[in-house]
Write a protein that binds this ligand. Sequence first.
Ligand code: FAD
Length: 461
Amino acid sequence: MTNLQTNTVDDLRGKFRGTILVPDNHGYDAARRIWNGMFDRKPAIIARCIGTSDVIHAVNFAREHNLLISVKGGGHNSAGKAVCDDGMMIDLSLMRRVLVDKYSKTAKVDGGCLLGDVDYETQLHGLAVSAGIVSHTGVGGLTLGGGFGWISRKYGFTIDNLISVEMVTADGKQLTVSAEENSDLFWGIRGGGGNFGIVTSFMVRCAAIGTEVFSGMLIKKFEDAREYIRFHRDYVRKLPDEMTVWLVVRHAPPLPFLQTNVHGKMVVAVPFVWLGEQDKGEELIKPLREVTESHGEAIGMNPWVAWQSVFDGLAEHGARNYWKSHHLKGLSDDCIDTIIEFAEKMPTDECEVFIPHMEGAPSRIPESDTAFAHRKTPFVLNIHTRWQNISDDDKCLAWAREFHSATEAFAQGVYVNFLSDEGETRVKDAYTEEVWQRLVQVKNRYDPNNIFKMNQNIKPS
Ligand SMILES: Cc1cc2nc3c(=O)[nH]c(=O)nc-3n(C[C@H](O)[C@H](O)[C@H](O)COP(=O)(O)OP(=O)(O)OC[C@H]3O[C@@H](n4cnc5c(N)ncnc54)[C@H](O)[C@@H]3O)c2cc1C
């Protein structure tokens, strides 16, 4: 173990109510694993916290022993920021309690919760939190970067529903952070990521969406991709906020509603969610059905919890992943042509081009209200490169990078949670200059020695 005496670690163990793991301990290898199989890092210590006092002990210990800290929420970050080599991984994954107050329609969500934990409890009351679309994503990282999903066009990003958080800062202090208390920090944690401390719980507003939503997926023919996407870019921008329609270009998974000869073929998947009466939803998707032929579709009233895990199987833990992303100013004809050109060269069957439509309630919130910049962006282009074998690394990385460069002319800005490890200049692209400068001031005040640096880092000045 790096320069740490066993008795020093035992001291920490003595104070700790969770588990302290070092490399030879049972459970160490499972605990250091994260979603992206590209990262095989080995922390000197894993501090598996079960409460705020554990988090404080862990932060103090790491600071006093000059250990690099990484914080694991759901461990989903594609840039692998949850795990470090040689330092201390502060693992929140045992902190997964969700307390719902059905009267005030709020939920207190522990810092290590997964999105599925939140749906599991809020749905008992027909409530949901506006967040992401894969149930095994962590609430922690997702929220601190912004957080969007199927209902955010109507209800705002996750940060737009954040009431307060409890957090532990670099000096081991516990703070309540809200619009009233430590308001500069409250501004910064809504988009600035894990730069300022460790959030042990989030208090969020829930939306009363009921337990079923009209939702589903049309699978369009790739031969018609150009025509379909040209239609899609204009049509979805006219839809009410209650309707969210996204685009995924990929090889068709073996979906039961598709004929077997379509499985594995390139297709354009069009998933949607409608928050309203089914009849009206049917009317709104009619043009999507009619514009070009579909290989098949599965549409109807779906339990929210089931819909929220519809994509889980395509994003299981352990595969090798490399994400490149940017916000698109629009989907011009040239941009669509470039997307199709690179889709045709997709290096593996697990890769996908993911294009969510973003406009709605979040774009009407003033940009200065939170640290999330580029709120008015219409579309995001996510290049999800995914494969199993190390021998495919070079071709997969090259495809993603070339695709990303080729679409740069159509792009402006990026969502911090979709960045890979791309350096400070690229992190800055997630913010405007004004927001960046303000984030640096918040960093100076709450983490002047940058002890929280395993993230999309904002260096103190
Ligand atoms: C399959 C998949 C689907 C996704 N879908 C969406 C989506 O629909 N919408 C969306 O907005 N994003 C989505 N994302 C991106 C997601 O928001 C980020 O990957 C996010 O970082 C995940 O958070 P996490 O807690 O799981 O990650 P981790 O890897 O655990 O953490 C990510 C970063 O946040 C920090 N962090 C985590 N928890 C805390 C905490 N409690 N306190 C302080 N810092 C913390 C970590 O230190 C690290 O720097 C998706 C990602 C994947 C891989």
